[in-house]
Design a protein around this ligand. Structure first.
Ligand SMILES: Nc1nc2c(ncn2[C@@H]2O[C@H](COP(=O)(O)OP(=O)(O)OP(=O)(O)O)[C@@H](O)[C@H]2O)c(=O)[nH]1
Ligand SMILES: [Mg+2]
Length: 445
């Protein structure tokens, strides 16, 4: 696996935490030191290692462990969060255009031509009409190499070995290329990023205006990756990175560094010489594997609680505006019965992470929840949105419809009022909420 050693060290470090009785500053320092060592050994750039570990440390020391998570789980979650942040978070798809033009750039021998063919196969398998274009006028037989690969994967290859200007080659085939959905352009490399190469790439791209400019970098170039990525980024404004040769003993951290300095995510990794040896790079899965996926999955599941994060965010926004309906109440209750999303919502509302709310205030038994569901099913939409309008007459009607007693309905309405009170408190700010909490005490229930 890529960065096997890094993963091993990180898992060891986390294991240390797991077996410690207390998580104190000393242990956190140790964790940070271990992580630094592991990342540096994997060739990740020194400054980035410091930035990353400082961020992790600051968060660990500052953030309170959310309810439902152990301190250890919280630490792992922070490490996971920051590592995925560092690597670009989500899988990035190609920009859509007609046609989408993808230009692969990089130094000699980093795997551009091979990767062109890998990408062509990958996207054609997914239904895109793909063409390959060679604009490499430097490498002898560059066109022949691409043609041979193209034949193997049955993708048309355009190029003209007679022309000695990359842009002229592109222009010659431009009308033809418009017929494709995806055009992958192989460019020439150099030993180092020279002005000549920069001028050549700029002249070509100034006209082509490729939607994607992907830097192809070998995983084994170590710390040199940082400088290379920076230079390519400055001259070509890189939109993504493809790391090759991650099948060998490459430590890979150098190339990982690239995505951070260019702010362009690693999109694919090359894991061999064959056209199928290409993997989509999924930062979350990757980090998950580094840290031991089983743990992470279970942890994130737990942290997600019964709510999705977006939903919690959405609700917290509405709560802050003072909007609160019976449906909100029900969702809160339902989720609370499993884990405690009010806590999650509170975390998301700035300033509230410190306020202690009596969780029991909103906790109800499952049986009651079921009843409430029936009651709500018998309510009209207006009643759900504005429960204050539920008069005695309406209570009787709902009782008949739901098969519940009027007192059940009154209880639900009472709970709604309590919830609404809570929301008002939230709106008043953390200080007010706390003082009101004190005043109300357990009577909130
Ligand atoms: N093991 C392994 N070898 C790879 C990978 N990608 C490319 N290669 C090999 O690296 C060598 C160089 O690859 P090319 O695709 O020719 O590199 P290039 O960037 O086009 O090189 P120039 O055209 O000289 O600039 C070839 O022998 C490839 O087979 C990979 O992911 N793993
Ligand atoms: Mg090449």
């Amino acid at each position: 696996m890529v960065l096997e050693k890094l993963g091993e060290s990180l898992r060891e470090t986390l294991q240390k935490i797991a077996s410690s009785l207390f998580v104190d500053e000393k242990l956190v320092n140790e964790l940070v030191k271990d992580m630094q060592r592991a990342l540096l050994q994997a060739d990740v750039n020194v400054k980035l290692v410091l930035d990353l570990t400082n961020k992790i440390k600051a968060r660990i020391l500052k953030e309170e462990t959310p309810g439902g998570l152990t301190k250890k789980e919280h630490l792992i979650r922070i490490v996971y969060d920051e590592l995925t942040q560092f690597l670009g978070k989500d899988v990035r798809a190609l920009t859509e255009a007609k046609p989408t033009i993808v230009m692969l750039v990089g130094l000699f021998g980093n795997g551009k031509t091979t990767t062109c063919a890998k990408l062509a196969k990958y996207y054609s398998k997914r239904g895109k009409r793909v063409a390959l274009l060679s604009t490499d006028i430097w490498r002898p037989a560059a066109l022949a190499q691409l043609q041979q690969l193209g034949k193997q994967i049955q993708i048309p290859v355009f190029g003209d070995a007679q022309l000695k200007d990359a842009l002229a080659i592109y222009k010659k085939f431009e009308p033809e290329l418009q017929k494709y959905e995806l055009v992958i352009v192989d460019t020439a490399g150099r030993d180092a990023l020279s002005q000549e190469l920069v001028d050549e790439l700029n002249a070509l791209n100034g006209y082509v205006k490729a939607q994607e400019r992907l830097l192809v970098m070998s995983g084994d170039i170590g710390q040199a990756a940082q400088k290379q990525a920076e230079m390519f980024h400055q001259s070509c404004n890189i939109t993504g990175v493809i790391m090759t040769r991650l099948d060998g003993t490459a430590k890979g951290g150098g190339a990982l560094t690239a995505c951070s300095v260019t702010q362009a995510p690693v999109m694919f990794i090359g894991t061999g010489e064959k056209v199928d040896d290409l993997d989509v790079f999924d930062p979350k899965r990757f980090v998950g594997r580094l840290l031991g996926m089983g743990d992470i999955e279970a942890l994130l599941e737990k942290a997600k609680e019964a709510f999705s994060e977006e939903k919690a965010e959405d609700i917290s926004e509405r709560l802050m505006k003072g909007e609160f309906s019976l449906i909100d109440l029900y969702e809160q209750m339902e989720a609370l019965s499993t884990m405690g999303p009010i806590g999650k919502v509170m975390e998301l509302v700035p300033g509230f992470s410190q306020v202690k709310l009596p969780k029991e205030a909103l906790q109800v038994q499952e049986g009651k929840l079921k009843k409430w569901r029936y009651i709500m099913d018998s309510c009209t939409k207006d009643e759900l949105n504005d429960p204050e309008m539920i008069s005695a007459g309406r209570i009787d009607r709902i009782a008949k419809g739901s098969g519940c007693s009027p007192s059940d309905i009154r209880e639900l309405l009472k709970q709604y009022k309590t919830g609404k009170k809570l929301v008002k408190m939230l709106k008043g700010g953390p200080k007010k909420a706390e003082s009101m909490m004190k005043r109300l005490g357990v009577s909130l229930r």
